[in-house]
Design a binder for this molecule. Sequence first.
Ligand SMILES: NS(=O)(=O)c1c(F)c(F)c(S(=O)(=O)CCO)c(N[C@H]2CCc3ccccc32)c1F
Ligand SMILES: [Zn+2]
Length: 263
Amino acid sequence: VSLLIYTGPDGEKAWPKKYPFCGGVFQSPIDFHKDILQYDSNLLPLEFVGYNVPSTDQFTLTNNGHSVKMYLSPTMYIRNLPFEYAASQLHLHWGNRNKSEGSEHTIGGKHFAAELHIVHYNSEKYPDITAAMDKADGLAVLAILLEIGPFNPTYEKIFRHFRNVKYKDQMALVPGFNIQELLPNRLDEYYRYEGSLTTPPCYPSVLWTVFRHPVKISQEQLRALETAMYCTESDDPEPLEMVDNFRHVQKFDERLVFISFHE
Ligand SMILES: NS(=O)(=O)c1c(F)c(F)c(S(=O)(=O)CCO)c(N[C@H]2CCc3ccccc32)c1F
Ligand SMILES: [Zn+2]
């Protein structure tokens, strides 16, 4: 998927033509509203191993033309899921400077400003993410909803590098830090459902964990996210701003979302 388009004639409605799974079952994202939620007391707080990466290590941040993503190390993994899932990368979805409503998942029909995804693969069953990404039990993605509040120094450890990945295929090195600090405080309160990748090829291979509580970043940090990057390469005569890179919520019939908390 070179220049993944979210809007216009080649937008998300056209994805199924080239990527059949995008028109298939178990598609993400979805809206969480009360009549599809069911409390499940077996949903334990997630445990993270190796997330506190020393600053002597470095993560590669890159602009891949439709998101900004940071590669993580497979020494980072999640316990307390059906299998052990090793970290692969994190990336973001956002709106635009006039409409800061770029989250993919919504709660009661409400969009949040943006959404961080940390993509993991089932390292117990598969050697790498490429082998795992089209398997029903292949991926686990953590989703953190972002909203406006005070300046967030942990997010700034990534955001400060946006000026060096403005254009497609540019890269920057980010000193290691504790990735768990990107998550909300209540790791025990989340939505859980079986869904898909929200970009082509849209494989229905993702165990989604969407944390109940949003994390706050400042208006300025959000503005930087919404205005820093382009989908196009640095020498492209017609630059295309990287904005509104979120998929709209999908139909969710006859399915339930399990919640680890009492409303
Ligand atoms: N919202 S999401 O979590 O569904 C999701 C994305 F939204 C997204 F943009 C990407 S990607 O790596 O930028 C490009 C995918 O083709 C991935 N990347 C995943 C999917 C395929 C793949 C293969 C190797 C490494 C990462 C990924 C992704 F899982
Ligand atoms: Zn994503």
